[in-house]
Design a protein around this ligand. Sequence first.
Ligand code: PLP
Length: 392
Amino acid sequence: MPQKRTVYLDYSASTPTDPRIVEAMMPYFTEVFGNASSAHAFGRKAENAIETARETVAKIFNCKSKEIIFTSGGSESDNLALRGAAWASKQKNGANHLITTPIEHSAVSKTMAQLAEVMDFDLTILPVDEAGLISLKNLEAAITEQTSVVSIIYANNEVGTVNPMPEIGKTTKKHNILFHTDAVQAAGQLSLDVEELGVDMMSISGHKFYGPKGVGVLFVREGVELIPSQSGGSHEHGIRAGTHNTPFIVGLAKALELAYEERDERLAHVTKLRDMLVDGITARIPQAHLTGHPEQRLPSHASFVFDDMDANKLLIHMDMRGVAASSASACKTGNPEPSGTLLALGYKREDAFGGLRLTVSHHTSEEDIAYAIDVIVESAETVYKLQKTLAK
Ligand SMILES: Cc1ncc(COP(=O)(O)O)c(C=O)c1O
Protein backbone atom coordinates (compact mmCIF):
# COMPACT_ATOMS: atom_id res chain seq x y z
CA MET A 1 0.00 0.00 0.00
CA PRO A 2 1.66 3.27 -1.08
CA GLN A 3 1.76 6.16 1.37
CA LYS A 4 -1.21 8.36 0.52
CA ARG A 5 -1.09 10.82 3.40
CA THR A 6 0.67 11.58 6.67
CA VAL A 7 -1.43 11.09 9.79
CA TYR A 8 -0.19 12.02 13.25
CA LEU A 9 -2.00 10.04 15.94
CA ASP A 10 0.29 10.76 18.87
CA TYR A 11 -1.25 13.90 20.37
CA SER A 12 -0.82 12.47 23.89
CA ALA A 13 2.94 12.58 23.32
CA SER A 14 2.85 16.20 22.17
CA THR A 15 0.71 18.66 20.24
CA PRO A 16 1.70 21.33 17.71
CA THR A 17 1.72 24.81 19.18
CA ASP A 18 -1.38 26.65 17.95
CA PRO A 19 -0.30 29.60 15.73
CA ARG A 20 -2.53 31.91 17.84
CA ILE A 21 -0.38 30.96 20.83
CA VAL A 22 2.88 31.53 18.98
CA GLU A 23 1.56 34.98 18.06
CA ALA A 24 0.65 35.73 21.68
CA MET A 25 4.14 34.66 22.83
CA MET A 26 6.19 36.60 20.26
CA PRO A 27 6.32 40.07 21.91
CA TYR A 28 7.71 38.50 25.09
CA PHE A 29 10.89 37.37 23.32
CA THR A 30 11.79 40.75 21.89
CA GLU A 31 9.75 43.70 23.20
CA VAL A 32 8.83 42.66 26.74
CA PHE A 33 12.10 40.93 27.50
CA GLY A 34 12.80 42.27 31.00
CA ASN A 35 13.44 40.03 33.98
CA ALA A 36 10.11 39.81 35.81
CA SER A 37 11.96 40.15 39.12
CA SER A 38 13.55 43.49 38.15
CA ALA A 39 12.15 46.62 39.79
CA HIS A 40 12.24 48.82 36.65
CA ALA A 41 9.55 49.30 33.98
CA PHE A 42 10.96 46.54 31.74
CA GLY A 43 10.70 44.08 34.62
CA ARG A 44 7.25 45.28 35.66
CA LYS A 45 5.87 44.71 32.14
CA ALA A 46 7.07 41.09 32.21
CA GLU A 47 5.74 40.65 35.73
CA ASN A 48 2.32 42.00 34.67
CA ALA A 49 2.17 39.46 31.83
CA ILE A 50 3.04 36.64 34.22
CA GLU A 51 0.47 37.71 36.78
CA THR A 52 -2.21 37.96 34.06
CA ALA A 53 -1.26 34.43 32.94
CA ARG A 54 -1.47 33.25 36.55
CA GLU A 55 -4.97 34.70 36.88
CA THR A 56 -6.06 33.00 33.65
CA VAL A 57 -4.87 29.60 34.89
CA ALA A 58 -6.35 30.19 38.36
CA LYS A 59 -9.77 30.91 36.84
CA ILE A 60 -9.75 27.57 35.01
CA PHE A 61 -8.51 25.76 38.15
CA ASN A 62 -11.11 27.63 40.29
CA CYS A 63 -8.39 28.60 42.73
CA LYS A 64 -6.51 31.68 43.94
CA SER A 65 -3.76 32.96 41.66
CA LYS A 66 -1.25 32.67 44.50
CA GLU A 67 -1.89 28.90 44.43
CA ILE A 68 -0.44 28.65 40.89
CA ILE A 69 3.28 27.87 40.49
CA PHE A 70 4.88 27.98 37.03
CA THR A 71 7.47 25.28 36.33
CA SER A 72 9.40 23.86 33.38
CA GLY A 73 6.80 21.18 32.62
CA GLY A 74 4.82 18.22 33.87
CA SER A 75 7.86 16.30 35.10
CA GLU A 76 9.09 19.17 37.22
CA SER A 77 5.62 19.81 38.64
CA ASP A 78 5.32 16.15 39.69
CA ASN A 79 8.83 16.13 41.19
CA LEU A 80 8.30 19.37 43.08
CA ALA A 81 4.91 18.33 44.48
CA LEU A 82 5.97 14.91 45.70
CA ARG A 83 9.44 15.64 47.02
CA GLY A 84 8.39 19.01 48.41
CA ALA A 85 5.32 17.73 50.26
CA ALA A 86 6.93 14.47 51.45
CA TRP A 87 9.96 16.32 52.84
CA ALA A 88 7.88 19.07 54.47
CA SER A 89 5.50 16.59 56.13
CA LYS A 90 8.37 14.48 57.40
CA GLN A 91 10.10 17.54 58.81
CA LYS A 92 6.91 18.79 60.42
CA ASN A 93 5.55 15.67 62.08
CA GLY A 94 7.72 12.72 61.01
CA ALA A 95 5.06 11.33 58.62
CA ASN A 96 6.89 8.82 56.50
CA HIS A 97 4.37 6.97 54.33
CA LEU A 98 3.43 7.65 50.71
CA ILE A 99 0.80 6.07 48.49
CA THR A 100 0.66 5.85 44.70
CA THR A 101 -0.42 3.52 41.86
CA PRO A 102 1.47 1.25 39.45
CA ILE A 103 0.19 3.18 36.41
CA GLU A 104 1.77 6.58 37.05
CA HIS A 105 3.97 8.40 34.56
CA SER A 106 7.64 7.87 35.43
CA ALA A 107 7.84 11.49 36.67
CA VAL A 108 5.71 10.29 39.60
CA SER A 109 6.74 6.63 39.90
CA LYS A 110 10.49 7.29 39.79
CA THR A 111 10.22 10.20 42.22
CA MET A 112 8.24 8.01 44.63
CA ALA A 113 10.77 5.17 44.20
CA GLN A 114 13.64 7.58 44.90
CA LEU A 115 11.94 8.90 48.03
CA ALA A 116 11.61 5.30 49.22
CA GLU A 117 15.12 4.19 48.28
CA VAL A 118 17.19 7.24 49.15
CA MET A 119 15.14 8.92 51.87
CA ASP A 120 13.69 5.82 53.55
CA PHE A 121 10.02 6.65 53.00
CA ASP A 122 7.57 3.72 53.15
CA LEU A 123 5.75 3.40 49.86
CA THR A 124 2.46 1.64 49.12
CA ILE A 125 1.63 0.99 45.48
CA LEU A 126 -2.12 0.38 45.25
CA PRO A 127 -3.38 -2.27 42.84
CA VAL A 128 -5.56 -1.27 39.88
CA ASP A 129 -8.29 -3.32 38.19
CA GLU A 130 -8.18 -4.57 34.58
CA ALA A 131 -9.39 -1.15 33.35
CA GLY A 132 -6.79 0.80 35.34
CA LEU A 133 -9.06 2.08 38.11
CA ILE A 134 -8.04 2.16 41.76
CA SER A 135 -10.47 1.05 44.44
CA LEU A 136 -11.43 3.42 47.25
CA LYS A 137 -11.57 0.46 49.62
CA ASN A 138 -7.91 -0.34 48.89
CA LEU A 139 -7.01 3.31 49.34
CA GLU A 140 -8.78 3.45 52.73
CA ALA A 141 -7.05 0.24 53.79
CA ALA A 142 -3.61 1.54 52.81
CA ILE A 143 -3.84 4.78 54.81
CA THR A 144 -1.98 4.79 58.14
CA GLU A 145 -1.23 7.37 60.82
CA GLN A 146 2.07 7.92 59.01
CA THR A 147 0.61 8.66 55.56
CA SER A 148 1.41 12.14 54.29
CA VAL A 149 0.94 12.18 50.50
CA VAL A 150 -1.21 10.23 48.03
CA SER A 151 -0.50 10.65 44.31
CA ILE A 152 -2.97 9.19 41.82
CA ILE A 153 -2.98 9.91 38.09
CA TYR A 154 -6.13 11.68 36.82
CA ALA A 155 -6.15 10.24 33.28
CA ASN A 156 -3.64 7.56 32.39
CA ASN A 157 -1.29 8.32 29.50
CA GLU A 158 -1.14 4.77 28.17
CA VAL A 159 -4.69 3.42 28.40
CA GLY A 160 -6.67 6.67 28.85
CA THR A 161 -8.58 5.56 31.96
CA VAL A 162 -9.93 8.40 34.12
CA ASN A 163 -9.79 7.82 37.88
CA PRO A 164 -12.59 9.08 40.18
CA MET A 165 -10.84 12.20 41.48
CA PRO A 166 -13.69 13.66 43.64
CA GLU A 167 -14.15 10.37 45.52
CA ILE A 168 -10.41 10.00 46.10
CA GLY A 169 -10.29 13.63 47.23
CA LYS A 170 -13.06 13.02 49.77
CA THR A 171 -11.17 10.04 51.19
CA THR A 172 -7.85 11.87 51.55
CA LYS A 173 -9.57 14.90 53.05
CA LYS A 174 -11.31 12.71 55.64
CA HIS A 175 -7.90 11.44 56.75
CA ASN A 176 -6.22 14.84 56.49
CA ILE A 177 -3.71 13.60 53.90
CA LEU A 178 -2.35 15.57 50.96
CA PHE A 179 -3.69 14.51 47.54
CA HIS A 180 -1.61 15.16 44.43
CA THR A 181 -2.72 14.29 40.92
CA ASP A 182 -0.84 14.24 37.65
CA ALA A 183 -3.40 15.89 35.37
CA VAL A 184 -1.01 16.23 32.43
CA GLN A 185 -3.15 14.11 30.08
CA ALA A 186 -6.46 15.38 31.47
CA ALA A 187 -5.67 19.07 30.90
CA GLY A 188 -7.59 20.56 27.99
CA GLN A 189 -10.19 17.76 28.04
CA LEU A 190 -11.48 17.22 31.58
CA SER A 191 -12.46 19.57 34.41
CA LEU A 192 -9.47 21.11 36.22
CA ASP A 193 -11.66 22.61 38.96
CA VAL A 194 -9.58 21.82 42.07
CA GLU A 195 -12.59 22.20 44.39
CA GLU A 196 -14.63 19.73 42.40
CA LEU A 197 -11.68 17.31 42.18
CA GLY A 198 -10.71 17.70 45.83
CA VAL A 199 -6.97 17.86 45.11
CA ASP A 200 -4.29 19.66 47.13
CA MET A 201 -1.69 19.61 44.37
CA MET A 202 -2.11 19.18 40.61
CA SER A 203 0.39 19.10 37.73
CA ILE A 204 -0.17 20.06 34.08
CA SER A 205 2.12 20.62 31.08
CA GLY A 206 1.77 23.21 28.27
CA HIS A 207 2.65 21.01 25.31
CA LYS A 208 -0.25 18.58 25.80
CA PHE A 209 -2.89 21.21 24.94
CA TYR A 210 -1.37 23.07 21.99
CA GLY A 211 0.90 25.27 24.08
CA PRO A 212 4.71 25.33 24.12
CA LYS A 213 6.97 22.57 25.46
CA GLY A 214 9.09 23.19 28.55
CA VAL A 215 6.49 24.96 30.67
CA GLY A 216 4.06 23.60 33.25
CA VAL A 217 1.96 24.44 36.26
CA LEU A 218 1.75 23.07 39.75
CA PHE A 219 -1.32 23.97 41.77
CA VAL A 220 -0.49 24.04 45.49
CA ARG A 221 -3.44 24.61 47.81
CA GLU A 222 -2.98 27.53 50.22
CA GLY A 223 -1.54 26.25 53.49
CA VAL A 224 0.21 23.22 51.95
CA GLU A 225 3.89 23.42 52.74
CA LEU A 226 6.50 22.39 50.17
CA ILE A 227 10.27 22.29 50.59
CA PRO A 228 11.73 23.50 47.26
CA SER A 229 13.75 21.00 45.19
CA GLN A 230 15.38 23.80 43.22
CA SER A 231 16.66 26.50 45.53
CA GLY A 232 17.90 29.96 44.62
CA GLY A 233 15.92 33.18 44.16
CA SER A 234 12.55 33.75 45.75
CA HIS A 235 10.58 33.28 42.53
CA GLU A 236 7.17 31.61 42.68
CA HIS A 237 6.62 32.33 46.38
CA GLY A 238 10.03 30.85 47.17
CA ILE A 239 8.94 27.39 46.03
CA ARG A 240 10.62 27.31 42.62
CA ALA A 241 13.76 29.34 41.95
CA GLY A 242 14.72 30.52 38.46
CA THR A 243 14.10 33.52 36.19
CA HIS A 244 10.59 33.35 34.77
CA ASN A 245 10.18 32.15 31.20
CA THR A 246 7.74 34.92 30.30
CA PRO A 247 6.89 33.94 26.69
CA PHE A 248 6.27 30.31 27.60
CA ILE A 249 4.15 31.19 30.64
CA VAL A 250 2.06 33.56 28.48
CA GLY A 251 1.77 30.78 25.86
CA LEU A 252 0.67 28.15 28.37
CA ALA A 253 -2.05 30.40 29.79
CA LYS A 254 -3.36 31.34 26.35
CA ALA A 255 -3.37 27.68 25.26
CA LEU A 256 -5.29 26.63 28.37
CA GLU A 257 -7.78 29.46 27.92
CA LEU A 258 -8.44 28.49 24.28
CA ALA A 259 -8.68 24.79 25.17
CA TYR A 260 -11.49 25.48 27.65
CA GLU A 261 -13.23 28.10 25.48
CA GLU A 262 -13.30 25.66 22.56
CA ARG A 263 -13.62 22.50 24.64
CA ASP A 264 -17.17 21.42 23.67
CA GLU A 265 -16.43 21.63 19.95
CA ARG A 266 -13.04 19.96 20.26
CA LEU A 267 -14.35 17.12 22.40
CA ALA A 268 -17.34 16.40 20.15
CA HIS A 269 -14.92 16.05 17.24
CA VAL A 270 -12.26 13.90 18.95
CA THR A 271 -14.83 11.61 20.60
CA LYS A 272 -16.33 10.81 17.20
CA LEU A 273 -12.90 10.06 15.70
CA ARG A 274 -11.82 7.99 18.69
CA ASP A 275 -14.98 5.87 18.39
CA MET A 276 -14.31 5.41 14.66
CA LEU A 277 -10.85 4.08 15.53
CA VAL A 278 -12.08 1.73 18.24
CA ASP A 279 -14.91 0.36 16.11
CA GLY A 280 -12.83 0.11 12.93
CA ILE A 281 -9.84 -1.61 14.49
CA THR A 282 -11.68 -4.08 16.70
CA ALA A 283 -14.05 -4.98 13.82
CA ARG A 284 -11.29 -5.55 11.27
CA ILE A 285 -8.51 -7.03 13.43
CA PRO A 286 -9.77 -9.93 15.56
CA GLN A 287 -6.47 -10.00 17.50
CA ALA A 288 -6.89 -6.34 18.63
CA HIS A 289 -8.62 -5.57 21.95
CA LEU A 290 -9.39 -2.22 23.56
CA THR A 291 -7.36 -1.49 26.71
CA GLY A 292 -8.40 0.78 29.56
CA HIS A 293 -11.94 1.62 30.59
CA PRO A 294 -14.53 1.47 27.77
CA GLU A 295 -16.38 4.59 29.01
CA GLN A 296 -14.34 6.31 31.73
CA ARG A 297 -11.58 7.28 29.34
CA LEU A 298 -10.12 10.36 27.69
CA PRO A 299 -12.20 11.50 24.71
CA SER A 300 -9.10 11.68 22.47
CA HIS A 301 -7.63 8.33 23.44
CA ALA A 302 -7.88 4.88 21.83
CA SER A 303 -5.58 2.10 23.02
CA PHE A 304 -5.32 -1.54 22.16
CA VAL A 305 -3.42 -4.68 22.90
CA PHE A 306 -2.65 -7.00 19.96
CA ASP A 307 -2.35 -10.76 20.60
CA ASP A 308 1.15 -12.19 19.93
CA MET A 309 2.51 -8.91 18.64
CA ASP A 310 5.54 -6.74 19.27
CA ALA A 311 3.84 -3.36 18.81
CA ASN A 312 7.16 -1.68 18.06
CA LYS A 313 7.27 -3.68 14.80
CA LEU A 314 3.71 -2.61 14.03
CA LEU A 315 4.70 1.03 14.60
CA ILE A 316 7.59 0.75 12.13
CA HIS A 317 5.25 -0.57 9.41
CA MET A 318 2.69 2.13 10.17
CA ASP A 319 5.40 4.79 10.09
CA MET A 320 6.55 3.57 6.64
CA ARG A 321 2.98 4.22 5.45
CA GLY A 322 2.83 7.69 7.06
CA VAL A 323 0.93 6.96 10.28
CA ALA A 324 2.59 8.04 13.56
CA ALA A 325 1.46 6.54 16.88
CA SER A 326 3.06 5.08 19.96
CA SER A 327 3.47 1.72 21.64
CA ALA A 328 3.30 1.11 25.34
CA SER A 329 6.58 -0.74 25.63
CA ALA A 330 9.84 1.17 25.67
CA CYS A 331 12.23 0.18 22.90
CA LYS A 332 14.94 2.80 22.94
CA THR A 333 17.73 0.27 23.51
CA GLY A 334 16.59 -2.33 20.96
CA ASN A 335 15.66 -4.50 23.92
CA PRO A 336 11.97 -3.84 24.50
CA GLU A 337 10.57 -3.83 28.00
CA PRO A 338 6.93 -4.80 28.46
CA SER A 339 4.55 -2.03 29.46
CA GLY A 340 4.41 -1.71 33.25
CA THR A 341 0.90 -0.30 32.95
CA LEU A 342 -0.41 -3.29 31.00
CA LEU A 343 1.25 -5.66 33.48
CA ALA A 344 -0.44 -3.77 36.34
CA LEU A 345 -3.79 -4.16 34.55
CA GLY A 346 -3.22 -7.92 34.64
CA TYR A 347 -1.98 -8.58 31.10
CA LYS A 348 0.55 -11.38 30.72
CA ARG A 349 4.16 -10.42 30.03
CA GLU A 350 3.95 -11.60 26.40
CA ASP A 351 0.80 -9.48 25.85
CA ALA A 352 2.35 -6.41 27.47
CA PHE A 353 4.57 -5.98 24.37
CA GLY A 354 1.50 -5.54 22.18
CA GLY A 355 0.13 -2.17 23.34
CA LEU A 356 -0.73 0.47 20.72
CA ARG A 357 -1.86 4.01 21.60
CA LEU A 358 -3.68 6.21 19.08
CA THR A 359 -4.54 9.73 20.17
CA VAL A 360 -6.46 12.22 18.04
CA SER A 361 -6.94 15.97 17.83
CA HIS A 362 -9.44 18.54 16.61
CA HIS A 363 -7.00 18.85 13.68
CA THR A 364 -7.54 15.19 12.70
CA SER A 365 -10.09 14.50 9.94
CA GLU A 366 -12.39 11.54 9.29
CA GLU A 367 -10.35 10.86 6.12
CA ASP A 368 -7.21 10.67 8.29
CA ILE A 369 -8.89 8.08 10.49
CA ALA A 370 -10.18 6.00 7.57
CA TYR A 371 -6.68 5.96 6.08
CA ALA A 372 -5.06 5.14 9.45
CA ILE A 373 -7.40 2.20 9.99
CA ASP A 374 -6.50 0.77 6.55
CA VAL A 375 -2.79 1.25 7.35
CA ILE A 376 -3.07 -0.41 10.77
CA VAL A 377 -4.99 -3.38 9.32
CA GLU A 378 -2.41 -3.84 6.57
CA SER A 379 0.58 -3.30 8.88
CA ALA A 380 -0.76 -5.82 11.39
CA GLU A 381 -1.24 -8.38 8.60
CA THR A 382 2.35 -7.78 7.45
CA VAL A 383 3.77 -8.19 10.96
CA TYR A 384 1.76 -11.35 11.67
CA LYS A 385 2.89 -12.86 8.34
CA LEU A 386 6.54 -11.98 9.05
CA GLN A 387 6.33 -13.40 12.58
CA LYS A 388 4.82 -16.62 11.19
CA THR A 389 7.56 -16.95 8.56
CA LEU A 390 10.31 -16.33 11.13
CA ALA A 391 8.80 -18.86 13.54
CA LYS A 392 9.03 -21.64 10.90
C1 PLP B 1 0.88 11.70 32.52
C2 PLP B 1 2.12 12.48 32.25
N1 PLP B 1 2.77 13.06 33.28
C3 PLP B 1 3.89 13.79 33.10
C4 PLP B 1 4.42 13.96 31.85
C5 PLP B 1 5.67 14.76 31.70
O1 PLP B 1 5.38 16.04 31.21
P1 PLP B 1 6.54 16.92 30.54
O2 PLP B 1 6.80 16.33 29.20
O3 PLP B 1 5.98 18.29 30.44
O4 PLP B 1 7.72 16.86 31.44
C6 PLP B 1 3.79 13.36 30.74
C7 PLP B 1 4.36 13.49 29.39
O5 PLP B 1 4.19 12.66 28.53
C8 PLP B 1 2.61 12.61 30.95
O6 PLP B 1 1.96 12.03 29.94
